[in-house]
Design a protein around this ligand. Structure first.
Ligand code: ZN
Length: 129
């Protein structure tokens, strides 16, 4: 079990945390297994998607914001219902196979921490088994 700290810089953004996860796996010494990446926040998420063209994450964030506007007739008094909804839509964990001591990802895949109510300092829990 490892904990990764993530500093986000704006209200919504997707941060590539693949290299931090690769370091955690390298430190564990595990050659073959499973890595579970878990986001313990209700206004953030974890996803795996393209890390080659930054337009992909920009398009995803724009589309999510179009689907779930920041301001609407939400009841939640904290004023961040859109962030809670986006968190649930994207999901709060990912599982990745570990092979030969590293994450088994597709050529264009990266693992993203998705911030929907930043900027904040966030935590990601990583279980390597
Ligand atoms: Zn809230």
């Amino acid at each position: 079990m490892e904990e990764i700290s993530v500093n986000t810089n704006s209200r919504i953004e997707m941060l590539d945390i693949t290299s931090q996860l690769r370091s955690a796996i390298s430190n564990s010494g595990i050659q073959e297994g499973v890595c579970t990446v878990y986001c313990p926040h209700t206004t953030a998420a974890i996803t795996i998607n393209e890390n080659a063209d930054p337009d992909v994450t920009a398009d995803m964030l724009r589309k999510l914001s179009n689907m779930v506007p920041a301001y609407e007739n939400y009841q939640h008094s904290e004023g961040n219902s859109d962030a809670h909804i986006k968190s649930t839509l994207v999901g709060n964990s990912a599982q990745i196979i570990i092979l030969n001591g590293t994450l088994l990802l597709g050529t264009w895949q990266g693992i993203y921490f998705c911030e929907f109510d930043g900027p904040r300092t966030r935590t990601v829990w990583v279980s390597i088994t």
